[in-house]
Ligand binder design. Structure first.
Ligand SMILES: *[C@@H]1O[C@H](CO)[C@@H](O)[C@H](O)[C@H]1NC(C)=O
Ligand SMILES: *[C@@H]1O[C@H](CO)[C@@H](O)[C@H](O)[C@H]1NC(C)=O
Length: 519
């Protein structure tokens, strides 16, 4: 182990290629970056000759030494020795770690790239000081990117490192990390047993016109959780707590009239808007990503519905997702038909890599696709009909929510919902919901609207939305004037409205119909 305590939080990797560095001077850029707050620097240059590498390394080392920041060389142990720097970073194809250690001595900082659990365990066993785990996101800066593992892949490696007795090794995530995703990376990569120690960035600083400000901004972002961070997982939530609190939450929604921003296709638009109005939300339909920032500022929630997928729609979804994530505005993801086509599987992947979803809701096939979409390969295939037992569904939902640090709902005759720690089943609802178009989408609208007013406990908010929705369907279906799906729809909208009015009056008896169990 290195003798000094190294701060890995903002790990800068240099890049001298014109596409990234531009016409800036690398030494000036690194100087600005450490002034801005980079805590460790790796000099990476795959093209210059040895003499040039040593010359530049010495110059950079002057700058980092003055700032008290450790300086490492990528791959070239000979250059590290010649320049007398603090250590090296070796890739999987570079010199092996034990040889590097032998040459550089016990005090050198030696890190290695790990793309898989095997690589991480080997490196930890061989005495690496830290691991650069990735690639998190697709990035143009590194050419031989072996595979994208996402935040979920990083998280799995972290928890397995702990499990295998390497909980103490330092780790940074690498690949496509910048100001727009750094907080999410720290948040979603953290496993219950092991956190990331930092992030490695390249172009987010090197390509910036103001590297000092870029580094400063990243440090600032790293100092706090993302606006959407969710800490209620460990708050006890019993069935009775839910029963007691839901009517008040619905009443609050009715008084605030949160904006429910719905990005989707035009099918059943009228019905969805009516549901939003009935529950006390203000619907707005906008598929234009460019106005999402303004809408996000209004304090409402976003529903991203994958009803139609084209690259154009996806880019609008990603823009809106970023806008809501930036202010902590809740986002519900409805991955409609997620596993049905390659296009849709890719859509799910791109959306999940592109931002944070507070709640992901879908049927069994959709949630199975979601669970396999993000670097974790074991659940990759989708299927139409139910193939899982209730126990398996509970396990899958809980694991997916834990991995994404969010809330996952798998709808069905028995809904399963979890935030990774607390899991419930809900058996309300009526079969007419399955006989009308748009019932899945409008459930998303309802959950999003509740989330807009109950941000502390997202699981509680989602459960409140489901109960309101499903109990309204039971009440509607039980009415004498309802003879089938056609007469059901207006009655359902009426019952949503009536439940809301009852809550406003302080009458929460409707919630006694809840068939809710802690799983
Ligand atoms: C940040 O990184 C992500 C993922 O690599 C990328 O899609 C996005 O465009 C980047 N954003 C900026 C502002 O560079
Ligand atoms: C919300 O979602 C539905 C379902 O896809 C969509 O058709 C509708 O246009 C949206 N509703 C509103 C009010 O924006």
């Amino acid at each position: 182990m290195a003798p000094m305590a190294v701060d890995y939080s903002l790990y800068l990797v240099t890049d001298s290629t014109p596409a990234i560095l531009g016409d800036k001077d690398l030494v000036a850029v690194v100087k600005a970056a450490v002034e801005g707050g980079a805590t460790i620097v790796q000099y990476r240059d795959k093209t210059s000759d040895t003499a040039e590498l040593v010359r530049v390394a010495k110059q950079l080392h002057q700058v980092t030494k003055a700032a008290g920041v450790p300086f490492l060389i990528n791959d070239r142990v000979d250059v590290a020795l010649a320049a007398g720097v603090e250590g090296v970073h070796v890739g999987q194809d570079d010199m092996d770690l034990k040889t590097a250690r032998k040459l550089l001595g016990p005090d050198a900082i030696i890190g290695i790239t790990a793309n898989s659990l095997e690589e991480a365990l080997d490196a930890a066993g061989d005495g690496a000081d830290y691991l650069g785990i990735g690639t998190v996101f697709a990035t143009p800066t590194k050419e031989n990117t072996k595979s994208i593992i996402g935040t979920a892949g990083v998280r799995d490696i972290l928890s397995d490192l702990h499990l295998c007795g390497f909980g103490g090794i330092q780790t940074v995530a690498i690949g496509g990390i910048n100001a727009s995703n750094v907080q999410r990376v720290m948040y979603q990569c953290a496993s219950p047993t092991k956190d990331l120690d930092g992030v490695a960035v390249v172009s987010a600083i090197i390509a910036s016109q103001d590297p000092k400000a870029a580094a400063h901004n990243l440090r600032d972002l790293l100092s706090r959780p993302p606006p959407f961070a969710f800490t209620a997982h460990h708050v006890q939530l019993s069935r009775n707590d839910i029963i007691a609190r839901v009517p008040t939450i619905i009443a609050r929604m009715a008084s605030r009239k949160p904006l429910c921003h719905n990005m989707t296709n035009l099918v059943v638009q009228n019905f969805a808007a009516n549901v939003a109005l009935a529950i006390g939300a203000s619907p707005i339909m906008s598929n234009n990503g460019l106005e999402a920032g303004d809408l996000a500022a209004l304090g409402g929630a976003l529903v991203v519905n994958m009803g139609t997928t084209t690259p154009d729609i996806r880019s609008n979804h990603l823009k809106a997702l970023a806008a809501y994530n930036a202010v902590g505005g809740p986002v519900v993801f409805d991955p409609v038909g997620a596993g049905a086509t390659q296009q849709r599987r890719e859509g799910v992947k791109a959306l999940m890599a592109g931002g944070y979803f507070d709640v992901i809701k879908g049927n069994e096939g959709e949630i199975r696709t979601v669970s396999g979409a993000h670097g974790v390969k074991q659940h990759g295939v989708d299927s139409g009909a139910s193939q899982l037992t209730l126990k398996d569904r509970i396990t899958l939902v809980k694991a997916t929510a834990e991995r994404e640090s969010n809330v996952v709902l798998m709808s069905g005759v028995i809904d399963v919902i979890s935030d990774g720690v607390r899991t419930f089943t809900i058996s309300n609802g009526h079969k007419y919901l399955g006989e009308i178009t748009g019932s899945g989408c409008t459930l998303g609208t309802t959950i999003a609207s509740v989330l807009a007013v109950e941000r502390e406990d997202k699981l509680l908010a989602a459960v409140a939305g489901i109960l309101m929705y499903e109990i309204a369907s039971e009440r509607a279906a039980g009415r004498d004037d309802v003879k089938g799906p056609g007469t059901f729809v207006p009655a359902f909208i009426d019952e949503l409205y009536r439940i809301r009015e009852e809550c406003v009056r302080g009458d929460g008896t409707w919630i006694e119909a809840a068939k809710l169990e802690s799983a």
